[in-house]
Design a binder for this molecule. Structure first.
Ligand code: QV4
Ligand code: CA
Length: 512
């Protein structure tokens, strides 16, 4: 019996590492700050048809509404309660979106902000996204309810009650992150309230969560909360499916708190990944593409089955969180497409593609003065809808990186090669590399300042393939470059360093 219990617990743990993705899809897109109605439409018109496995949505719970600065994106990381209305929409719009996305095989993962509420200086009143009254000075949040005794202050040992030193694991967990009231998650009452919130989303059909600020919560408390979570809604998921858990833990190897403390609870964000990949493609700190031959655990990243990887995220694309200036973002689109292409071609981790909005970036002394700016909005502070242009791009300040041909096609590439091993590596000892995925895909990068001109073993069946970076297969032809693979799998590649995108990718489904 003991063994059975052990197996079921172990199985439980492992299950929370599984994204519950369907139809052999493999990637998640973070539609940052999108409205629910727009996400529903995007699932049906684009994400389902193009093989995206799921969407990470912004926090759906009630949040503070700030006037200064005006409606910053990060007001949604200051909860007022767990009612399901936010600047992305209300509960019925959320329910409708989850249903419509699930119905086309696109999972929804909610951003769960459960470590804290708003900050001391938030005053009192009903400046909240559902209009619920609260009092920050009294730590009174009637819509949950949470009151003074549901917060950690008595456990925090710093004079400011805020986190002052990240090398002290106790204060990182028990004190206020940037002054935000820290919830006492060791209390059964608080665990129940948080789990009730997450279970309501599970029952509506979400497939899992991105859990915010996990470094600031004790693993034992998180385990207690996850243990309270329902299995997924059987309208869309097999009986007993466990919610996918992605824990945001920024671990660049310099603090006592490490990702490893959280690995058994669910997947963890691997922030080393984007920081290193950005440096490699920027050719900073002596990094070269050839060094990525052992990309993955070989670079000290966490074990593959535990990792959630990304090139940039909503924080570090604007200088928050971790990764620094090396992080590649849509602002540096040529490098960005190569980095995202590399991530999607490589077998390591579950991949998350960022989809951003543009803001008035204004860097002074390496600090972006406008890093707070919220999504494209109307004068009343409400978020604008996402217009789709005739060329399939997005308008009104929505960047829609996930709709860039090179990125969409590499999301499809990852699906086509799913399960195939990393193979047929080649490099020029510099920044020209190539690798395959078994006999189902092959990719070649030229990030040197001169032409790549080489014949390589692709491992793929002979035939003519459309390059899915410069174009794609449409009908019986290619819209751009073609690659001819001969009978023994060899093909000639010629990539100018001045090409718009100096990389080429082919896969089994791009064969004529
Ligand atoms: C300011 C001062 C503080 C002071 C406080 C006093 O900076 O020193 O103690 O006032 O009230 C906003 C402001 C920030 C302000 C804070 C509280 O930017 O200046 O503090 O509000 O008023 C997002 C933003 C933060 C934002 C926060 C809350 O990034 O700038 O703070 O939302 O609105 C660590 C964590 C990691 C975290 C990362 C950013 O380990 O978990 O920092 N990442 C997640 C989210 C991130 C979010 C939070 C955590 C908090 O990805 O988006 O922070 O929920 O590395
Ligand atoms: Ca905490």
């Amino acid at each position: 019996m003991k063994l059975l219990v052990l197996l079921s617990l172990f199985g439980l743990g492992l299950a929370q590492h599984d994204p519950n993705i369907k139809h052999n899809r493999t990637s998640i897109v973070h539609l940052f700050e999108w409205r629910w109605a727009d996400i529903a439409a995007e699932c049906e018109r684009f994400l389902g048809p193009n093989g995206f496995g799921g969407v990470q949505i912004s926090p759906p719970n009630e949040h503070i509404v700030l006037d200064s600065p005006w409606r910053p994106w990060w007001q949604r990381y200051q909860p007022i309660g767990y009612n399901l209305c936010s600047r992305s929409g209300n509960e019925s719009e959320l329910r409708d979106m989850i249903t419509r996305c699930n119905n086309v095989g696109v999972n929804i993962y909610a951003d769960a902000v459960i470590n804290h509420m708003c900050r001391t200086g938030s005053g009192e009143g009903n400046h909240s996204s559902c209009g619920s009254w609260f009092s920050a000075p009294k730590k009174d949040f009637p819509s949950v309810p949470f009151t003074q005794s549901d917060f950690n202050d008595d456990k925090c040992t710093t004079a400011s009650v805020k986190i002052e030193n990240y090398s002290d694991a106790n204060q990182v967990r028990d004190c206020r992150l940037v002054g935000l009231f820290d919830l006492a998650l060791e209390k059964e009452y608080v665990r129940d309230k948080v789990a009730d919130y997450m279970n309501k989303l599970i029952d509506m059909g979400v497939a899992g969560f991105r859990v915010d600020a996990c470094k600031h919560m004790w693993p034992g408390d998180l385990s207690a909360v996850y243990g309270r979570l329902h299995s997924l809604n059987t309208d869309w998921f097999p009986v007993g499916s466990r919610p996918f858990i992605v824990q945001e833990v920024i671990d660049l190897g310099v603090e006592p708190i490490t990702s490893s403390e959280y690995l058994q609870l669910g997947r963890v964000t691997e922030f080393k990944y984007g920081a290193k990949l950005g440096a490699i493609f920027r050719k900073w700190n002596g990094e070269k593409l050839v060094y990525s031959k052992n990309w993955g655990e070989g670079w000290g990243f966490m074990p593959n089955g535990n990792a959630l990887v990304f090139v940039d995220n909503h924080d570090n694309q604007r200088g928050h969180g971790a990764g620094g200036a090396a992080i590649a973002t849509f602002w540096d689109s040529r490098i960005y497409k190569m980095a995202v292409g590399y991530m999607l071609a490589h077998p390591y981790g579950v991949t998350r593609v960022m989809s951003s909005f543009r803001w008035n970036r204004h860097v002074v002394d390496r600090k972006d003065q406008n890093d707070w700016q919220g999504p494209p909005s109307h004068d009343d502070g409400s978020t604008k809808s996402v217009p789709i242009n005739a060329d399939h791009t997005c308008g009104d300040g929505w960047v829609c990186e996930h709709r860039w041909r090179q990125i969409t096609n590499m999301v499809i590439f990852r699906n086509v090669v799913n399960g195939q091993p990393h193979s047929n590596w080649w490099d020029n000892q510099g920044n020209q590399v190539a690798f395959g995925r078994g006999n189902r895909g092959f990719i070649v990068f030229n990030n040197d300042d001169w032409e790549l001109d080489v014949t390589l073993n692709t491992g793929m069946p002979g035939g003519t393939y459309c390059d899915v970076i410069s174009g794609q297969k449409e009908g019986s032809g290619c819209t751009a470059k073609q690659i001819h693979v001969d009978g023994d799998g060899r093909a000639h590649f010629k990539i100018s360093n001045s090409d718009e995108d100096p990389f080429v990718a082919i896969h089994a489904d791009s064969m004529l």
